[in-house]
Design a protein around this ligand. Sequence first.
Ligand code: UD1
Length: 434
Amino acid sequence: MMDKFVIRGGNPLLGTIKVSGAKNSALPCMAAAILTEDEVILENIPQVRDIETERKLLEAMGARVELGYGRAQHRTVIQCAVLSDPVAKYEIVKTMRASSLVLGPLIARTGMARVAMPGGCNIGGRPIDLHIKGLESMGATIAYDHGYLEARSPNEGKSPLRGAHIVFDKITVTGTEDLLMAAVLAEGETLFENCAREPEVTDLAALLIAMGAKIEGAGTSTIRVQGVSKLHGARHKINPDRIEAGTFLIAGAITGGDLKVDCCNPEHLGSLLGKLEDCGIKLDVGKDHIRVRSEGASGLKCADIATEEYPGFPTDMQAQYMALATQCDGTTTVTENIFENRFMHVQELNRMGANITVNGRTATVRGGTQLQSAAVMCSDLRASAALVLAALVADGESILDRVYHMDRGYEHLEEKLRGVGAQIRRMGEVFSKR
Ligand code: UD1
């Protein structure tokens, strides 16, 4: 049976909620272990489905991956001593598009990579043409064969990739990460321009540097890499998840709660915090925590957003922010600039009584509506988070179907929310009494 969430709205969230490690940092960092035969030890890995998928992906290539348990449950040890089968199979790639992150490190380490072409995705076309173009300028030859992309480094895979000057046509997060991992073992210098500046890129670069890579400028739009012939093992702690933190901040605000969002990095949340303050939400920002207080719907004002690359407003917070906008006084305009077709949550929010219209890349949210409980369907990771937020303030009991989308990226969500007073359970459990 597919899991469902049952959520009864109305409780303000009170207390302290902890943020896990960032899935989107953990995924490239796990792929980076391909670059060395030594052990790479990663701390603060979230226990979510995508990490499990990446484990399977690496193991199928011959890697040893130990996910910790008990007190070490967030530590993962990866050793790619031998990569007997440098292939990312379709069965895995189709469930997680970020599987294409193994392309760069595989070809850098073994001279060849066979990676299934990702299929269409719920949120727009999401091609990997920029990854491919970059590898080609580093001397790789690419062939397509039965739905697979086969890449080889120069000289039939016997010589290393060559450093190159790569200007990204468009800013891409995993594209920057993938090519960065290719460049660290290339011959000579690679100069990247128009790079993604997301904290996840910086996190990956920190790990690569700890492994012996020579990288300058990660976190800015220009990154310079001096290739080295070998990398060694390292230990690295993954950044806190800024999107999970942002989701909890909105959960606190939308329910009229008083919530301490702990173990986060407020520096990574600048644009969101600015908007929440514009909405009239009180924030006390500490070094590694943020306390959010609000009166709920009665005190919320509207503030428009437009998604942009970091440090702009993250597309991964757009759906959750829209749930908040339904509770704000006035009309909010939400513009999605990164992905086409990332408004699947709108229909479901409207089924819960929201008043949202979409015109191309722009959604108009007429706020101040009392949301009603309903049976709704999760369509992707962040859309699911928006539905959870809406259900937390809806009148009555909502049922969210297909929460496997949620499980891809939120660690123990229902337990964390229950710990601060939400009434949420997976189908089959009994509501905890507060
Ligand atoms: C990453 C994040 C995802 C987030 C997104 C944007 C991971 C695992 N996922 O996804 O959660 O929503 O960044 O912040 O980190 N594009 C191309 N050609 C390419 C690559 C991308 O045209 O070769 C386009 C995409 O279609 C999209 C835009 O570039 O319109 C940005 O995509 P990108 O930054 O690559 O997103 P991901 O790295 O897939």
